[in-house]
Unconditional design. Structure first.
Length: 343
Protein backbone atom coordinates (compact mmCIF):
# COMPACT_ATOMS: atom_id res chain seq x y z
CA UNK A 1 0.00 0.00 0.00
CA UNK A 2 1.27 3.48 -0.85
CA UNK A 3 0.13 6.97 0.03
CA UNK A 4 0.06 9.59 -2.69
CA UNK A 5 1.04 13.03 -1.53
CA UNK A 6 -0.34 15.98 -3.51
CA UNK A 7 2.42 17.66 -5.44
CA UNK A 8 4.91 14.89 -4.75
CA UNK A 9 6.61 13.05 -7.60
CA UNK A 10 7.13 9.80 -5.63
CA UNK A 11 4.99 7.50 -3.55
CA UNK A 12 5.96 6.76 0.07
CA UNK A 13 5.24 3.30 1.51
CA UNK A 14 2.69 3.50 4.33
CA UNK A 15 4.79 1.30 6.63
CA UNK A 16 7.88 3.47 6.37
CA UNK A 17 8.92 4.80 9.79
CA UNK A 18 10.12 8.40 10.11
CA UNK A 19 13.88 8.72 10.33
CA UNK A 20 15.23 9.32 13.80
CA UNK A 21 16.98 12.65 13.96
CA UNK A 22 20.39 12.27 15.56
CA UNK A 23 21.65 15.08 17.77
CA UNK A 24 25.44 15.14 17.57
CA UNK A 25 25.96 18.66 18.92
CA UNK A 26 26.42 17.63 22.60
CA UNK A 27 29.08 15.10 21.52
CA UNK A 28 31.15 17.99 20.18
CA UNK A 29 31.17 19.81 23.53
CA UNK A 30 34.02 17.80 25.18
CA UNK A 31 36.05 18.06 21.98
CA UNK A 32 35.47 21.81 21.82
CA UNK A 33 36.32 22.27 25.49
CA UNK A 34 39.57 20.32 25.12
CA UNK A 35 40.51 22.26 21.97
CA UNK A 36 39.74 25.60 23.64
CA UNK A 37 41.96 24.74 26.61
CA UNK A 38 45.03 23.90 24.50
CA UNK A 39 46.09 27.53 23.67
CA UNK A 40 45.80 28.54 27.34
CA UNK A 41 47.81 25.56 28.62
CA UNK A 42 50.44 26.08 25.93
CA UNK A 43 52.50 22.92 26.32
CA UNK A 44 50.94 20.10 24.24
CA UNK A 45 52.40 17.34 26.43
CA UNK A 46 50.93 18.93 29.57
CA UNK A 47 47.61 19.27 27.78
CA UNK A 48 47.59 15.57 26.82
CA UNK A 49 48.50 14.53 30.38
CA UNK A 50 45.72 16.70 31.84
CA UNK A 51 43.21 15.43 29.28
CA UNK A 52 43.95 11.76 29.95
CA UNK A 53 43.75 12.36 33.70
CA UNK A 54 40.39 14.08 33.17
CA UNK A 55 39.09 11.18 31.08
CA UNK A 56 40.01 8.76 33.87
CA UNK A 57 38.31 10.97 36.46
CA UNK A 58 35.29 11.30 34.19
CA UNK A 59 34.98 7.54 33.76
CA UNK A 60 35.02 7.01 37.53
CA UNK A 61 32.37 9.69 38.06
CA UNK A 62 30.29 8.14 35.27
CA UNK A 63 30.40 4.68 36.87
CA UNK A 64 29.19 6.20 40.14
CA UNK A 65 26.55 8.41 38.51
CA UNK A 66 25.28 5.79 36.05
CA UNK A 67 23.65 3.80 38.84
CA UNK A 68 21.83 6.89 40.14
CA UNK A 69 20.68 8.07 36.70
CA UNK A 70 19.41 4.55 36.05
CA UNK A 71 17.38 4.55 39.25
CA UNK A 72 15.95 8.01 38.69
CA UNK A 73 15.34 7.70 34.97
CA UNK A 74 13.65 4.31 35.13
CA UNK A 75 12.09 4.32 38.60
CA UNK A 76 11.52 8.04 39.31
CA UNK A 77 13.31 7.68 42.66
CA UNK A 78 15.40 10.53 44.09
CA UNK A 79 17.93 8.46 46.02
CA UNK A 80 20.06 10.84 48.07
CA UNK A 81 21.41 7.81 49.91
CA UNK A 82 23.40 6.75 46.85
CA UNK A 83 26.59 7.87 48.58
CA UNK A 84 26.14 5.10 51.14
CA UNK A 85 26.66 2.46 48.45
CA UNK A 86 29.80 4.26 47.26
CA UNK A 87 31.33 4.25 50.73
CA UNK A 88 30.26 0.72 51.67
CA UNK A 89 31.61 -0.66 48.38
CA UNK A 90 34.98 1.00 48.99
CA UNK A 91 35.20 -0.30 52.58
CA UNK A 92 34.26 -3.85 51.57
CA UNK A 93 36.93 -3.80 48.87
CA UNK A 94 39.47 -2.47 51.38
CA UNK A 95 38.74 -5.40 53.69
CA UNK A 96 39.11 -7.93 50.87
CA UNK A 97 42.35 -6.35 49.64
CA UNK A 98 43.75 -6.48 53.18
CA UNK A 99 43.31 -10.27 53.08
CA UNK A 100 44.98 -10.36 49.66
CA UNK A 101 47.84 -8.02 50.56
CA UNK A 102 50.41 -10.49 49.25
CA UNK A 103 48.83 -10.41 45.80
CA UNK A 104 48.70 -6.61 45.91
CA UNK A 105 52.31 -6.08 46.88
CA UNK A 106 53.91 -8.46 44.38
CA UNK A 107 55.11 -6.73 41.21
CA UNK A 108 52.87 -8.77 38.92
CA UNK A 109 50.04 -7.14 37.00
CA UNK A 110 48.22 -10.46 36.72
CA UNK A 111 48.11 -11.07 40.49
CA UNK A 112 47.25 -7.41 41.11
CA UNK A 113 44.29 -7.47 38.71
CA UNK A 114 43.11 -10.79 40.17
CA UNK A 115 43.07 -9.29 43.66
CA UNK A 116 41.28 -6.18 42.42
CA UNK A 117 38.78 -8.28 40.48
CA UNK A 118 37.91 -10.32 43.58
CA UNK A 119 37.62 -7.19 45.72
CA UNK A 120 35.39 -5.46 43.16
CA UNK A 121 33.19 -8.56 42.80
CA UNK A 122 32.66 -8.85 46.55
CA UNK A 123 32.03 -5.10 46.81
CA UNK A 124 29.43 -5.15 44.04
CA UNK A 125 27.66 -8.16 45.57
CA UNK A 126 27.67 -6.49 48.98
CA UNK A 127 26.33 -3.15 47.72
CA UNK A 128 23.80 -4.94 45.52
CA UNK A 129 22.41 -6.77 48.56
CA UNK A 130 22.44 -3.51 50.53
CA UNK A 131 20.56 -1.85 47.67
CA UNK A 132 17.95 -4.63 47.71
CA UNK A 133 17.36 -4.11 51.44
CA UNK A 134 17.41 -0.32 51.00
CA UNK A 135 14.72 -0.52 48.32
CA UNK A 136 12.45 -2.85 50.29
CA UNK A 137 12.72 -1.10 53.67
CA UNK A 138 13.33 2.57 52.89
CA UNK A 139 12.36 3.39 49.30
CA UNK A 140 9.32 1.19 48.61
CA UNK A 141 6.97 2.97 51.07
CA UNK A 142 7.64 6.37 49.42
CA UNK A 143 7.37 5.62 45.68
CA UNK A 144 5.99 8.67 43.88
CA UNK A 145 6.61 11.00 46.85
CA UNK A 146 9.75 12.96 45.98
CA UNK A 147 9.98 15.08 49.11
CA UNK A 148 9.71 12.04 51.37
CA UNK A 149 12.24 10.21 49.18
CA UNK A 150 14.80 12.97 49.69
CA UNK A 151 14.30 13.06 53.46
CA UNK A 152 14.25 9.32 54.06
CA UNK A 153 17.17 8.47 51.76
CA UNK A 154 19.26 11.24 53.34
CA UNK A 155 18.49 9.63 56.69
CA UNK A 156 19.58 6.28 55.26
CA UNK A 157 22.90 7.84 54.19
CA UNK A 158 23.54 9.21 57.69
CA UNK A 159 22.76 5.84 59.29
CA UNK A 160 25.05 4.05 56.81
CA UNK A 161 27.94 6.42 57.55
CA UNK A 162 27.53 5.85 61.28
CA UNK A 163 27.47 2.08 60.76
CA UNK A 164 30.75 2.40 58.85
CA UNK A 165 32.24 4.12 61.91
CA UNK A 166 31.02 1.26 64.09
CA UNK A 167 32.33 -1.54 61.83
CA UNK A 168 35.53 -0.08 60.36
CA UNK A 169 36.29 2.83 62.68
CA UNK A 170 36.14 6.56 62.12
CA UNK A 171 39.80 7.22 61.26
CA UNK A 172 41.08 7.73 57.74
CA UNK A 173 42.14 4.51 56.01
CA UNK A 174 44.86 4.00 53.43
CA UNK A 175 43.81 2.55 50.07
CA UNK A 176 47.12 2.06 48.24
CA UNK A 177 47.33 1.07 44.61
CA UNK A 178 48.69 -2.39 43.80
CA UNK A 179 52.35 -2.51 42.85
CA UNK A 180 51.68 -3.21 39.18
CA UNK A 181 49.43 -0.17 38.76
CA UNK A 182 51.71 2.41 40.34
CA UNK A 183 53.65 4.82 38.21
CA UNK A 184 53.11 5.71 34.56
CA UNK A 185 54.08 4.88 31.01
CA UNK A 186 56.27 7.65 29.62
CA UNK A 187 55.96 8.37 25.91
CA UNK A 188 58.16 11.31 25.05
CA UNK A 189 57.10 14.09 27.42
CA UNK A 190 53.66 12.58 28.09
CA UNK A 191 52.87 10.51 31.18
CA UNK A 192 50.12 7.88 31.02
CA UNK A 193 49.35 6.79 34.58
CA UNK A 194 48.62 3.07 34.72
CA UNK A 195 45.66 3.17 37.08
CA UNK A 196 43.98 5.98 35.16
CA UNK A 197 44.24 3.99 31.93
CA UNK A 198 42.57 1.08 33.74
CA UNK A 199 39.81 3.42 34.96
CA UNK A 200 39.17 4.58 31.38
CA UNK A 201 38.85 0.96 30.20
CA UNK A 202 36.45 0.08 33.05
CA UNK A 203 34.31 3.16 32.43
CA UNK A 204 34.03 2.49 28.70
CA UNK A 205 33.14 -1.16 29.38
CA UNK A 206 30.37 -0.14 31.81
CA UNK A 207 28.98 2.40 29.33
CA UNK A 208 28.98 -0.10 26.44
CA UNK A 209 27.32 -2.77 28.59
CA UNK A 210 24.58 -0.42 29.78
CA UNK A 211 23.80 0.77 26.25
CA UNK A 212 23.67 -2.78 24.90
CA UNK A 213 21.48 -4.08 27.73
CA UNK A 214 18.99 -1.21 27.58
CA UNK A 215 18.73 -1.10 23.78
CA UNK A 216 19.49 -4.60 22.52
CA UNK A 217 18.01 -7.04 25.05
CA UNK A 218 14.52 -8.11 26.04
CA UNK A 219 15.11 -7.07 29.64
CA UNK A 220 16.09 -3.59 28.52
CA UNK A 221 12.99 -3.40 26.30
CA UNK A 222 10.74 -4.43 29.19
CA UNK A 223 12.34 -1.90 31.54
CA UNK A 224 11.90 0.94 29.07
CA UNK A 225 8.34 -0.16 28.29
CA UNK A 226 7.59 -0.34 32.01
CA UNK A 227 8.69 3.25 32.42
CA UNK A 228 6.26 4.38 29.70
CA UNK A 229 3.28 2.22 30.72
CA UNK A 230 3.77 -0.13 33.64
CA UNK A 231 0.10 -1.20 33.67
CA UNK A 232 0.29 -2.48 30.09
CA UNK A 233 3.49 -4.42 30.79
CA UNK A 234 1.86 -5.97 33.86
CA UNK A 235 -1.19 -6.88 31.75
CA UNK A 236 1.07 -8.77 29.36
CA UNK A 237 2.17 -11.01 32.24
CA UNK A 238 5.48 -9.41 33.24
CA UNK A 239 6.19 -8.43 36.83
CA UNK A 240 7.55 -4.95 36.30
CA UNK A 241 8.11 -4.40 40.03
CA UNK A 242 10.70 -7.19 40.06
CA UNK A 243 12.44 -5.63 37.08
CA UNK A 244 12.59 -2.28 38.86
CA UNK A 245 14.01 -3.90 41.99
CA UNK A 246 16.67 -5.44 39.74
CA UNK A 247 17.43 -1.98 38.36
CA UNK A 248 17.87 -0.62 41.88
CA UNK A 249 20.20 -3.50 42.80
CA UNK A 250 22.22 -2.96 39.59
CA UNK A 251 22.50 0.77 40.31
CA UNK A 252 23.70 0.04 43.86
CA UNK A 253 26.29 -2.44 42.57
CA UNK A 254 27.59 0.13 40.08
CA UNK A 255 27.93 2.63 42.94
CA UNK A 256 30.02 0.04 44.79
CA UNK A 257 32.27 -0.40 41.75
CA UNK A 258 32.63 3.37 41.42
CA UNK A 259 33.42 3.67 45.11
CA UNK A 260 36.31 1.20 44.78
CA UNK A 261 37.74 3.09 41.80
CA UNK A 262 37.34 6.47 43.51
CA UNK A 263 39.02 5.28 46.73
CA UNK A 264 41.97 3.86 44.77
CA UNK A 265 42.15 7.12 42.80
CA UNK A 266 42.40 9.12 46.05
CA UNK A 267 44.42 6.38 47.84
CA UNK A 268 42.60 7.31 51.07
CA UNK A 269 39.23 6.31 52.46
CA UNK A 270 36.80 7.84 54.96
CA UNK A 271 33.13 7.22 55.73
CA UNK A 272 32.26 10.52 54.03
CA UNK A 273 33.76 9.53 50.67
CA UNK A 274 30.30 8.96 49.21
CA UNK A 275 28.88 12.27 50.36
CA UNK A 276 31.97 14.14 49.13
CA UNK A 277 31.55 12.97 45.53
CA UNK A 278 27.75 13.25 45.40
CA UNK A 279 27.87 16.94 44.48
CA UNK A 280 29.75 16.08 41.29
CA UNK A 281 27.39 13.17 40.65
CA UNK A 282 24.29 15.36 40.79
CA UNK A 283 25.92 17.98 38.56
CA UNK A 284 26.70 15.26 36.01
CA UNK A 285 23.13 13.91 36.06
CA UNK A 286 21.61 17.38 35.69
CA UNK A 287 23.97 18.30 32.85
CA UNK A 288 23.41 15.04 31.01
CA UNK A 289 19.62 15.05 31.28
CA UNK A 290 17.67 13.23 33.97
CA UNK A 291 17.65 9.50 33.27
CA UNK A 292 19.95 9.59 30.22
CA UNK A 293 22.87 7.15 30.22
CA UNK A 294 24.48 8.81 27.20
CA UNK A 295 23.99 12.26 28.69
CA UNK A 296 25.47 11.05 31.97
CA UNK A 297 28.53 9.77 30.09
CA UNK A 298 29.08 13.11 28.30
CA UNK A 299 28.34 15.10 31.45
CA UNK A 300 30.96 13.16 33.44
CA UNK A 301 33.60 13.85 30.78
CA UNK A 302 32.71 17.55 30.63
CA UNK A 303 32.82 17.94 34.42
CA UNK A 304 36.19 16.20 34.68
CA UNK A 305 37.73 18.19 31.81
CA UNK A 306 36.52 21.47 33.28
CA UNK A 307 37.80 20.55 36.75
CA UNK A 308 41.26 19.53 35.53
CA UNK A 309 41.81 22.44 33.17
CA UNK A 310 40.65 25.12 35.61
CA UNK A 311 42.61 23.55 38.49
CA UNK A 312 45.76 23.87 36.35
CA UNK A 313 45.06 27.32 34.90
CA UNK A 314 43.10 29.13 37.64
CA UNK A 315 43.14 27.07 40.86
CA UNK A 316 40.91 29.54 42.74
CA UNK A 317 38.12 29.05 40.20
CA UNK A 318 38.32 25.25 40.19
CA UNK A 319 35.74 24.74 42.95
CA UNK A 320 33.12 26.84 41.18
CA UNK A 321 33.96 25.80 37.60
CA UNK A 322 31.54 22.90 37.43
CA UNK A 323 28.69 25.01 38.83
CA UNK A 324 29.39 27.56 36.10
CA UNK A 325 29.49 24.75 33.53
CA UNK A 326 26.12 23.47 34.71
CA UNK A 327 24.58 26.95 34.61
CA UNK A 328 25.88 27.52 31.07
CA UNK A 329 24.55 24.21 29.74
CA UNK A 330 21.15 24.63 31.41
CA UNK A 331 20.82 28.12 29.94
CA UNK A 332 21.41 26.51 26.52
CA UNK A 333 19.39 23.33 27.12
CA UNK A 334 17.22 23.58 30.25
CA UNK A 335 16.47 19.82 30.24
CA UNK A 336 20.11 18.77 29.86
CA UNK A 337 22.07 17.39 26.94
CA UNK A 338 19.99 14.26 26.28
CA UNK A 339 16.85 14.32 28.44
CA UNK A 340 14.67 11.21 28.52
CA UNK A 341 12.71 11.69 31.75
CA UNK A 342 9.55 13.69 31.05
CA UNK A 343 8.99 15.04 34.55
Amino acid sequence: MTIATPGASTNVPADTLPAVRRDFLPILLPIGLAAAALPFIGNPSTWVTLTIAALAMGMMIFVIASGLTLVFGLMDVLNFGHGAFIAVGAYIAMSVLALLSGWMQVDSLGWNLTALGLAVTVAMIGTGLLGWAFERIIVRPVYGQHLKQILITMGGLIVAEQMIHVIWGGDQKAMPLPAGLRGAFIVGDIAFEKFRLLAVVVGLAVFATMVLVLNRTKIGLLIRAGVENSEMVEALGYRIRRLFVGVFVAGSALAGLGGVLWALYRETLTAAIGGDVMVLVFIVIIIGGLGSVGGCFLGAILVALMANYTAFLVPKVALASNILLMVGILMWRPQGLYPVAKR
